[in-house]
Design a protein around this ligand. Structure first.
Ligand code: FE
Length: 255
């Protein structure tokens, strides 16, 4: 196990759990923990394959703080498939978009635990983590139709889920933004729904005081200059339905 403290003061810490190795085809994932006054929120805790490891790391690095909230940015399997395990092992509530509330139980969440699945309304909400307010912000269609980010005003960190994800780079923090673009471009062009969805999101995000953007896959964007470079790149990106072809054709014949 290894962890990185992204922010720390007497009562508040933000911890990245990394080196949670995944097997075979499974995509690399970052797991983030926000700890405040002996309570914690785990963000996008991952699937069943990493559950034991992430739970053990969470307990260790948060000095036994009570897991109060499980935040699920959207409905993908690398995010929600361990939800039953988290609800069974802790007394936390799990928050997910109202659009996905009735779909997640299909990942085998036992009926007795389902009342601890909570719906996030489309407009977002605030969550009180033992006295620290965390903003759950709408990021719909980036990439899921019911998609949220977490902004922590204490640490000035925006947890951006799949937005900002990079695949295949072997560093933790982006040092050279232009060099980093190839690790993000293909993913964003295909997985993000449209430039309109990005611009609606970025108009709100640019009003916030952000020192770091922390995605669920790949490297972190640290410092205001890097955050701005990332937002500028996104605002100029053509993606999703912007790139939809005029027509589809039948696939090539079988060989
Ligand atoms: Fe996803």
């Amino acid at each position: 196990m290894s962890e990185i403290f992204l922010f720390r003061n007497e009562s508040h810490s933000n911890i990245l759990l990394h080196d949670v190795s995944t097997d075979g085809l499974a995509v690399q994932t970052n797991h983030h923990l926000i700890v405040h006054n002996k309570g914690s929120m785990i963000l996008d805790p991952g699937g069943q394959t990493v559950f034991n490891r992430v739970l053990a790391d969470t307990t260790l690095v948060s000095a036994g703080a009570e897991v109060k909230y499980v935040f699920l940015s959207h409905q993908d399997p690398d995010i929600v498939s361990g939800t039953n395990d988290w609800l069974a092992a802790t007394s936390a509530d799990a928050y997910i978009s109202q659009l996905w509330l009735r779909f997640v139980p299909h990942t085998d969440i036992v009926e007795d635990l389902q009342h601890r699945l909570r719906a996030i309304p489309d407009e977002g909400m605030w969550i009180d983590l033992n006295g620290s307010d965390l903003a759950i912000l709408p990021a719909h269609f980036l990439h899921s139709p019911g998609n949220f980010h977490v902004y922590d005003p204490t640490a000035k960190i925006l947890y951006s889920g799949d937005l900002g994800a990079s695949l295949g780079c072997d560093y933790r923090r982006v040092e050279d933004f232009d060099d980093h673009i190839p690790f993000m471009r293909g993913f964003h062009e295909r997985y993000m729904a449209s430039s309109a969805a990005i611009r609606t999101w970025s108009r709100l995000i640019r009003t916030l005081d952000i020192e770091m953007i922390a995605p669920q896959h790949g490297a972190l964007f640290e410092g205001k200059a890097m955050v701005t470079a990332f937002l500028d790149w996104l605002d100029s990106l053509s993606c999703g339905v912007d790139r939809l072809p005029e027509e589809y054709r039948l696939p090539p014949p079988r060989l």
